[in-house]
Ligand binder design. Structure first.
Ligand SMILES: Nc1ncnc2[nH]cnc12
Ligand SMILES: [Zn+2]
Length: 340
């Protein structure tokens, strides 16, 4: 089945580009930019990646992002992720970035977004990888701060596909950002939000009803409400689930306890994603592999999850059809050869 995972072309819909910053590049950029980081070696950085919950991860993740200073730094980080896309057979990716993490340190919005965008343009040119950029507001900051960031983003409206919401979930419900998301929707952005990662289902309801999201990022807590599951199924609202992340941040105690198979069997539009792969022990294929190693997933389940990744994406209907056809062909081929 690992062969099937590797062979299938996939889309990734939940990837924080700052979460793809590998310790090696972090160390190199810290030296180049003369930024103090609390680690003496790459090994020390890796040792620090031992999390007890979302907040314990975020503290380290924001500290790591402080090594990013120039447009080239953002380019290099994004390009390194693109190389991983090639290795993982990711042919379409929708990446999050957190402008406030950088503008708060005096780095301009333009430096950040143009560095990322250049790498994505090169990825299209060199490898044919398609992509979208989704800007996220940090929910631990105020709505006023989010509005200021939104104003800056409008200058780059043509290169930002969507607006999302991330960072410390509990205590910062979607309702806190109702007005700024209303504006974002009016401006024509696609809307997504992290909800139901650690917090209860009321956060998912708020994301749906107050922010009017097109996708829920994580959403695994939906399992706790029959009524919500029914709605997610009827409306086919995608969930961008991140298995490795959920294990590393102790949302579930083990892969065997992960609920993705239950959500899939309930016919929800669930997808598999890597969230912050440099911090959570692996890129997209490794997330799929960890699932098949621990849950009773069939070949059909894997093909369905991969199809879902394209169905839930923000690409055009034409491109969607083209990618879905490709997945079906490769899935069929795989099963034919397997049964010979
Ligand atoms: N898993 C996650 N949840 C919330 N905010 C994040 N920012 C980066 N990764 C995140
Ligand atoms: Zn995330």
């Amino acid at each position: 089945m690992i062969d099937l995972i590797k062979k299938l072309p996939k889309a990734e819909l939940h990837l924080h580009i700052e979460g793809s910053l590998e310790p090696e590049l972090m160390f190199k950029l810290a030296k180049k930019n003369k930024i103090d980081i609390p680690y003496k070696s790459i090994e020390e950085i890796k040792k620090a990646y031992d999390f007890s919950n979302l907040q314990s991860f975020l503290d380290i993740y924001y500290a790591g992002a402080a090594v990013l200073i120039t447009k080239e730094d953002f380019y290099d980080m994004t390009w390194a992720y693109i190389k991983k896309c090639v290795e993982n057979n990711i042919i379409h990716t929708e990446i999050f970035f957190d402008p406030q993490t950088h503008t708060k340190r005096g780095i301009s919005f333009e430096t950040v977004i143009l560095g990322i965008k250049q790498a994505l343009d090169d990825a299209k040119e060199k490898y044919g990888i398609t992509s979208h950029i989704i800007m996220c507001f940090l929910r631990h900051l105020s709505q006023e701060d989010a509005f200021k960031t939104f104003e800056e983003a409008l200058v780059f409206k043509n290169i930002i596909k969507g607006i999302g919401l991330d960072s410390s979930e509990i205590g910062h419900p979607p309702s806190k950002f109702k007005d700024v998301f209303k504006k974002a929707k009016e401006e024509g952005f696609e809307i997504v939000a992290h909800a139901g990662e650690e917090a209860d289902v009321s956060y998912i309801y708020e994301a749906l009803d107050l922010l009017e999201v097109k996708r829920i990022d994580h959403g695994v807590q939906a399992i706790n409400s029959k009524e919500l599951l029914k709605r997610l199924k009827e409306e086919q609202i995608p969930l961008t689930v991140c298995p490795n992340s959920n294990i590393e941040l102790k949302v579930f105690n083990s892969y065997k306890e992960h609920n993705i198979k239950k959500l899939l069997d309930y016919n929800l539009l669930v997808t598999v994603n890597s969230d912050d792969p440099a911090y959570f022990k692996g890129y997209l294929n490794q997330n799929y592999i960890n699932l098949v190693d621990n849950l009773e997933l069939t070949d059909e389940d894997i093909i369905q999850l991969v199809k879902n990744s394209f169905k839930a994406s923000f690409i055009s209907d034409e491109l969607k059809e083209k990618y879905l056809k490709k997945v079906e062909e490769i899935g069929r081929d795989y099963k034919l050869h397997k049964n010979k």
